[in-house]
Design a protein around this ligand. Structure first.
Ligand code: FEO
Ligand code: CA
Ligand code: CA
Length: 701
């Protein structure tokens, strides 16, 4: 392209929280401007019970029995991993034992800032691994901003990277597979001369559709550092783009082939085209990746013309049933009529699932697992329970929606034989789906200000309420296929607890404890909406909080648990914040926790989305066991207008990956008038960044 002028960042309207109005429109279809989709009157103020909080303590390393994909050169206590050589069709998954939590994270926290650059602590470096438009499929055309085609985008790195995973590909820790979600597009920032979505050509709409999906990219270590770069020569047989335009996904589980999934193009209801709005995800103990389909509602129009009986179901998922187009409609029906629910009312039912991808088998067809239910899936993270069953934890990212878990029917098979691998690939196809109901210890004391109760904690007990087991429904008036396809309605029926936007839900593989990012909920306690409760303790919750869940007897397949809120986010000088009792003068301000991850020492890393304190979004870390619990420090910030996604810390603790999503996404910005010129100094491009310590040592600690 010809050189474009570099302009100073422009400032635009803000949407909810600290997000720009443009992010609200393109990322989630202005979800916060629409009525809360959960109009159920199920109780949000549970029985007041006295809970004895499980005494905290580090569970014996390895006790949770999960296998962890690891890198060579990891901490001394880790067993040397034997990993598949490039060209093998399967990862070798020898068990790795994490080192014990080391306590202090030694990096010096960086200050909040509004810079249009990527900021890391002193003593660290970073580089862009891959950005929108870069080659993924060998032979992809060079990116041409002014002449984008769907065919080219289908071979190039997609837009707005979110979840990422880095999976070892060789036994020396020199090769790895990068797996990435491309959550959504922003056509304002993709196409020069953009005016309106209506003015885009059909080909441009198809570019946007192709820019959604997933990428798999072979990486190699740069020198002996923690830096990684894409492999640019050779076969790169694992490199792969999966798109919303053309990739086929098979349905598995009890709802596969049900009437709800049948369409004119797929009368058997077994195969969908594409995946949409893939937000967070996880890595399974058998080496596959999971990808949540989140705000899929915004891609569909014509809900007003859908059959009357379907309308309440569509509305519960945020799809308008009164007008054909809403202000945030994507207009994809102009490119493909399957996005028109008047013509194809079941098409929306084919999105909102958890997708499993086997990146080590480049010819495999990805699957949508109906046994894990259908909602606005943020992601899913799996642990092997003591019983041997695998447990997936999941959040439905909407104000006042629910927390779920899935327990497999079959048990995890150790090792990496062909038999074990084939078996483990079926684990998410059948099992039990539960929704969480929380009870409280201090219900009467919760006044919505965030003031700690006299027992010193926001805490309580909880139950996993069974919704469906195999093909048997536990919800009156709903079949198993009904429950799995309209899981939100099932949660309403059983009185699940309404949470403040449950985003990432991730178990620590070291302790088995589960961490839930509750990003915010400015509607909490406003108008007729539910008031603060002990698990969501602030009204008009702008900054969010973290919930810690401890399954009874340390058994992740259990049906009862205890919970507490170790972190209530915000500016530490704000009396409503809480950092596990740690000295707040030593804590970094944090707002809107979104994705969580663990490093090889079991520390909790938290990335943010929509910082309502006025700073750029960033990545933070804290110990969660021992005396340093709650000592939260900011590790990095992403450029202006961006959100910090990923994150992923390699198990050798030498590399921290994040996805920089929607840089420069500020209302009024365009390609010609960018609010961010990251990463190349011209216009804004989403991209994946790796950060490492200059002295080659372990990141953070
Ligand atoms: Fe895509 Fe829930 O954030
Ligand atoms: Ca309490
Ligand atoms: Ca997210």
């Amino acid at each position: 392209m010809s050189e474009r002028p570099r302009l100073l960042p422009i400032l635009g309207q803000t949407g909810h929280s600290g997000r720009s109005a443009m992010t609200c429109q393109f990322r989630c279809g202005n979800a916060c401007d629409h009525p809360v989709p959960n109009e159920s009157d199920n109780p949000y103020f549970g029985d007041v019970v006295k809970a004895e909080v499980t005494r905290r303590g580090v569970v014996r390393a390895g006790a949770v029995g999960a296998l962890v994909l690891g890198f060579a050169g990891a901490a001394a206590t880790q067993a040397a991993p034997a990993l598949a050589a490039p060209g093998d069709a399967a990862p070798d998954l020898d068990a790795l034992t994490y080192s014990r939590p080391s306590g202090a994270l030694t990096f010096k926290p960086i200050p909040p800032n509004r810079l249009d650059t990527f900021v890391v602590p002193n003593g660290y470096d970073h580089s862009v691994v891959i950005r929108w438009g870069d080659e993924v499929v060998p032979g992809a055309p060079d990116f041409d901003l002014d002449n984008q085609t769907a065919a080219a985008q289908s071979k190039q790195f997609g837009y707005n990277n979110d979840f990422l995973a880095v999976l070892p590909l060789d036994k020396h820790g020199e090769r790895a597979l990068l797996v990435v979600n491309h959550e959504y597009t922003n056509e304002n920032l993709m196409f020069p001369g953009f005016t309106t979505l209506d003015a885009l050509s059909v080909e441009q709409l198809k570019v946007a559709i192709a820019a959604h999906g997933l990428s798999v990219v072979e990486l190699e270590r740069a020198g002996r550092t923690g830096e990684w770069v894409p492999v640019r020569k050779g076969s790169r047989r694992y490199n792969r783009r999966l798109t919303a335009l053309a990739t086929k996904f098979d349905f598995t589980g009890p709802a596969a082939g049900s009437a709800w999934l049948k369409t004119a193009a797929d009368p058997r209801g077994t195969t969908a085209i594409g995946t949409l709005n893939n937000c967070a995800g996880g890595v399974t103990p058998w080496g596959t990746t999971l990808h949540g389909e989140e705000n899929f509602n915004q891609y569909f129009v014509g809900g007003d013309g859908a059959p009357a009986a379907d309308k309440p179901k569509l509305a519960r998922y945020g799809i308008s049933t009164t007008v054909r187009y809403t202000a945030d409609s994507r207009k994809w029906d102009r490119a493909d009529e399957r996005f028109d629910l008047t013509k194809h009312p079941n098409e929306a039912n084919r999105f909102g699932w958890i997708v499993e991808l086997d990146p080590f088998d480049p010819d495999s067809r990805p699957r949508k697992h109906t046994a894990l239910g259908r909602f606005k899936h943020e992601g899913a993270n799996v642990i092997v329970a003591k019983s041997g069953h695998v447990v997936a934890y999941m959040g439905d990212d909407e104000r006042f929606d629910y927390l779920y878990k899935f327990v497999s029917d079959k048990k995890f098979m150790k090792g990496n034989s062909w038999v074990a691998r084939k078996h483990n690939l079926t684990l998410l196809e059948s099992g039990t789906l539960y929704v969480a109901k929380l009870d409280y210890t201090s219900a009467a004391e919760i006044d919505g200000t965030g003031k700690l109760p006299t027992d010193g904690a926001f805490n309580g007990t909880g139950r996993w309420i069974k919704l469906v087991q195999g093909n048997k429904s536990y919800v009156d008036g709903m079949t198993a296929a009904d429950v799995l396809t309209f899981t939100r309605l099932a949660g309403d029926a059983v009185g699940a607890t309404k949470m403040d936007r449950p985003e990432d839900v991730e178990p620590s593989l070291l302790t088995g404890k589960v961490y839930v990012a509750l990003t915010n909920n400015t509607n909490r306690g406003v108008g007729t909406n539910p008031k603060a409760d002990e698990a969501n303790p602030r009204n008009a919750n702008k900054h969010g909080h973290i919930l810690e869940l401890v399954e009874d007897k340390g058994e992740n397949a259990a049906e009862t648990f205890t919970w507490s809120v170790p972190i209530v986010c915000g500016d530490p000088t704000d009396a409503s914040t809480y950092f596990a009792g740690y000295d707040k003068t030593k804590v970094s301000p944090i707002s809107c926790p979104d994705n969580v991850a663990f490093d090889g020492a079991g520390n909790l890393w938290i990335s943010t989305d929509g910082n309502a304190l006025g700073s750029n979004d960033g990545l933070f870390a804290t110990a969660i066991e021992g005396p340093e619990r709650g000592h939260l420090k900011q590790f990095l910030t992403v450029p202006f207008g961006a959100e910090t996604c990923g994150p992923f810390i390699t198990t050798d603790n030498r590399s921290v990956f994040v996805a920089v999503q929607h840089p420069g996404e500020i209302t009024g910005a365009s390609v010609e008038n960018p609010a961010s010129t990251w990463p190349d100094g011209d216009y804004a491009k989403p991209g994946v960044v790796v950060t490492w310590r200059l002295d080659g040592k372990s990141v953070g600690s």
